[in-house]
Design a protein around this ligand. Structure first.
Ligand SMILES: CC(C)(COP(=O)(O)OP(=O)(O)OC[C@H]1O[C@@H](n2cnc3c(N)ncnc32)[C@H](O)[C@@H]1OP(=O)(O)O)[C@@H](O)C(=O)NCCC(=O)NCCS
Length: 228
């Protein structure tokens, strides 16, 4: 297997069991992990600044997102739901309202106060526009990866991410994501993602970094050096 990007933790990361697919009955469990991981995320703070009830609301949001990725990509967990990664598959590159409806997206409307819904839609529209602009080729999209706060910094996020990154390398596919902070941006840079655009939601919203990762081993060997 290919060396990970943080050599110092390579053994610890290799010792973590491979991620498992999240089965449908475990959707709420995966959503709970993501809700805890994203409780103080800058985008979450922008969309829903009120802290009261935020965890319950996040649980609804991630319930939809886990279902979404079960349908259109991969929802994977590692270490007994200590961490969860959600991926949208290359064949579903850009999503529409229909995709969200099939994933019970109507729950977002039912559980979000109007102002929260307005900011959420503004964020999603900006995110989708930058996504379309930054990557046109078929790619894996990582909308969310979260590790329980009590377990962060132990290699779980790296292990979770690596299963699809390895597959993308084997099949010669790019990956895309949006980093919501400088710290996560550096985390993704260690996994060979590169910033292609930095943008802000509205006039006073959070800053995000659109990042693309080219496959390490492309079918066309001449492109390999570009991903390093
Ligand atoms: C980002 C995250 C998935 C990484 O998983 P992890 O298991 O903690 O990461 P690893 O142990 O494999 O690697 C450690 C690196 O993760 C990053 N990291 C760790 N905790 C973090 C946190 N609370 N917020 C952001 N990045 C974090 C750092 O880059 C860290 O390296 P550093 O200590 O040298 O700064 C995890 O920390 C997390 O869930 N953060 C909150 C949610 C989030 O920001 N998700 C990513 C945006 S979609």
């Amino acid at each position: 297997m290919e060396a990970v990007d943080r050599p110092s933790g390579a053994n610890a990361i290799a010792a973590i069991a491979a991620p498992n697919a999240v089965p449908r009955p475990a959707t709420a469990r995966a959503a709970a992990t993501l809700a805890r991981a994203f409780w103080d995320d800058p985008v979450v703070g922008y969309i829903r600044p009120e802290e009261g009830g935020r965890l319950r609301w996040l649980q609804v949001v991630f319930g939809v997102m886990v279902r979404f990725c079960q349908l259109y990509g991969r929802a994977e967990e590692a270490r007994d739901f200590g961490g969860v990664a959600l991926w949208v598959a290359p064949e579903h590159g850009h999503t529409t309202v229909w995709h969200y409806l099939r994933a019970n997206g109507v729950a977002l409307g039912l559980h979000s106060p109007p102002a929260v819904l307005r900011r959420g839609v503004r964020f999603l529209a900006a995110s989708e526009a930058w996504h379309r602009r930054c990557v046109q080729e078929p790619h894996w999209y990582l909308p969310f990866i979260g590790v329980d706060p009590a377990l962060q910094g132990n290699g779980l996020g790296t292990r979770l991410m690596r299963s699809v990154l390895d597959e993308a390398d084997r099949t010669g596919l790019a990956c895309y994501l949006e980093a919501p902070s400088e710290r996560t941006r550096r985390f993704y840079e260690r996994h060979a993602f590169r910033v292609v655009e930095a943008w802000t939601v509205g006039r006073d919203g959070p800053r995000l970094w659109s990042m693309v990762r080219l496959p390490r081993r492309r079918p066309d060997a001449t492109a390999e050096g570009r991903s390093r």
